[in-house]
Design a protein around this ligand. Structure first.
Ligand code: ATP
Length: 584
């Protein structure tokens, strides 16, 4: 298959935000794709070489990329730099410069998807001394034979900048239409995706054997499962109402969620967004290896502690993300792991077991293995509001951010946010009482002390049904100088010259960004707003919902933009907030 068809489809997709037309572009690409390369095509669309959880990053250095562009076109680095500083994107730069050269070339060999993918793979695997020269040679030779539009997407991919804005949801719609004729089987596909997190394998099975092929997908250690999530609730009364007066409550610790996979001697740890984080926690790997069970999948929260085992703020976990001094950081920044679920045990998928049964099995695993640093999360079964309040106070005094509530009979619903799990955070009795995870979509330039940084950032909710981001507030407070500096540098990578096609906003900003980075925000009120577009028209025509007095609390490195708080969650909170404000 020619890569030109893929590059043209990418270009068409970049120019549209409508979910229907994105789906149509995908369907026509998938229909033309031979079965033996469908996996590769899916990963390329996702800007990856393998499923995201493998964590293989191409991320070619900018300098090397500029040199390969210069070498392949036969111009100086200075000339490339000039166009780059004008256009601000190396993909656009190579397309513009090579258009001139391309018109003079009489014949070039067509490049195939296989060739492009295999070259990317070689680049990813090249390391050690001399690797820069090898990479340069590989990129240059690919660019030599590429058309301008092919070059554009090759470069974007290599830099890790290929963000076509295709949500998983859209991809699954397209797979359903391509292989079953309509969207009706999307739910079946999603169900399987939730337990294997690999759309490449799903597409391949669909292409080979149709929808029945997906029966083959089973929960397996070393393949992360999309996490089950919780819904916010207003307080003890609502919890009891929703659970028929009997609920399991667990401490809600504020650290890093981890899925622990063991398959004999191999252990992998995955974050909430299913990235591999095994290397950050050699102490957890060691502890897990000492459990005398061959295969399992556990879920837990990792929290930082001090030398006296007191729980510390989650920010301390940042020290574990550094690539150097790992041994030293292990000792200096100890952690503890609190298990709260078990999803697989010795060849058995436990996700269809009731919560209370899984909890008993988890207790047994912990009791039979004396594993240092690994503990069970505190849990109680409660049936009265007074009990909930007491356990809640105990949780807060013990350093938790609140409580999680789990329906006793609930199965583990991978990837879902329902009322099977509910959460109550410590701010619940205050005016608004929760944090929001919102995506940065724009910024105002800073003035005075903030000159050279951003003065305020425009934040948005995300709606997966429409694959759109909706502005809900501007945040300018709560940042340290270090935060401002970090965000300024980080956000540079995502600057675009007009709003992203998926963004819906009425705001005027100095700078726009691709929706990538997620911030956690605390706010004290939600109000109707004529200028913000989150939950637009849902309460009042031409009005959306705005967060008032927003304050930055942290960067959510563990969340993708598509994991941001949704407009409907904001709407639910608005309703809870209104109830609290009007007594009775
Ligand atoms: P949050 O900002 O609250 O972490 P989230 O979107 O990451 O939100 P939620 O489902 O809303 O996820 O809240 C559950 C999170 O709380 C989990 O992702 C996990 O990291 C953490 N957590 C702490 N203790 C528990 C527990 N006992 N059971 C489940 N999750 C827990």
């Amino acid at each position: 298959m020619d890569f030109s068809f893929v590059a043209e489809t990418f270009q068409n997709m970049e120019q549209t935000s409508s979910r229907i037309s994105l789906t149509n572009h995908l369907v026509s690409l998938l229909k033309k794709t031979p079965t033996n390369i469908i996996k590769k095509i899916i990963y390329l669309i996702q800007g990856k070489l393998y499923p995201a959880y493998e964590g293989i990053e191409l991320g070619l250095a900018e300098k090397l990329t500029i040199r390969s562009i210069a070498d392949s076109i036969g111009i100086s680095i200075n000339e490339v730099d000039k166009v780059y500083s004008k256009l601000g994107d190396l993909g656009d730069t190579v397309a513009e410069i090579s258009t001139r050269r391309y018109q003079q070339t009489l014949f070039t060999e067509k490049i195939t998807v296989d060739r492009v993918y295999n070259t990317f793979e070689k680049i990813a695997k090249t390391s050690g001394s001399g690797s820069q020269t090898t990479k340069l040679r590989l990129v240059t030779s690919l660019l030599n034979d590429a058309t301008p539009i092919e070059s554009k997407y090759i470069i974007k991919f290599l830099l890790g900048n290929l963000r076509l804005g295709i949500a998983d949801y859209t991809m699954m719609d397209a797979l359903s239409i391509t292989f079953t004729g309509d969207k009706l089987k999307r739910d079946v596909i999603e169900d399987r995706y939730n337990i294997c997190s690999d759309l490449g394998t799903i597409a391949e099975l669909l292409a080979q054997r149709g929808i029945e092929g997906l029966d083959e997908i089973k929960i397996t250690p070393l393949k992360p499962i999309r996490p089950m999530l919780a819904t916010r609730i207003s307080g003890p009364e609502e919890i009891l109402e929703r659970t028929n007066n009997l609920v399991a409550a667990e401490f809600k610790l504020d650290g890093e969620r981890v899925q622990i996979h063991k398959d004999r001697s191999k252990v992998e740890l995955y974050s909430r967004s299913l990235e591999k984080i095994t290397e950050n926690y050699p102490d957890i790997v060691e502890a897990v290896n000492s459990i005398k069970i061959d295969k399992f999948i556990l879920e837990a929260e990792i929290v930082p502690v001090n030398l006296h085992n007191k729980i510390l703020p989650f920010q301390e976990l940042m020290h574990r993300k550094r690539k150097h001094n790992i041994e030293e950081n292990l000792k200096k920044y100890p952690i503890k792991v609190y298990l709260f679920d078990i999803l697989f045990l010795s060849g058995r998928d436990l996700t269809s077991f009731e919560y209370i049964k899984r909890r008993r099995m988890l207790e047994k695993v912990v009791a039979e293995n004396n594993i240092k640093i690994i503990n069970l999360i505190q849990q109680r079964t409660l049936s009265k509001s007074s009990q909930i309040k007491r356990f809640f106070s105990l949780a807060i005094r013990s350093g938790c951010e609140g409580l999680m509530f789990k329906q006793m009979k609930s199965r583990y619903r991978a990837g879902s946010r329902e009322y099977l799990w509910m959460k109550l955070k410590k701010e619940y009795d205050k005016s608004l009482g929760d944090s929001f995870d919102l995506t940065i979509i724009g910024a105002l330039l800073g003035k005075g002390r903030r000159t050279g940084y951003y003065g305020a950032l425009l934040l948005a909710t995300y709606d997966k049904e429409t694959n759109t981001f909706h502005s809900t507030c501007k945040v300018g407070t709560g940042f340290t100088d270090k935060n401002l500096e970090f965000l300024y540098t980080e956000l540079k990578k995502y600057i675009i010259n007009k709003t992203d096609p998926r963004v819906v906003t009425k705001m005027k900003m100095d700078i726009w960004f691709k929706p990538v980075i997620v911030l956690e925000i605390i706010a004290s009120e939600i109000t109707l707003s004529p200028i913000h577009t989150a939950a637009n028209n849902l309460i009042k025509e031409n009005f959306g919902l705005a967060l008032r007095f927003p304050k930055f609390s942290r960067i959510r490195f563990d969340k993708n933009a598509e994991d941001s708080t949704s407009s409907s969650e904001l709407l639910d909170l608005y309703k809870i907030y209104l109830k609290k404000r009007v007594p009775g």
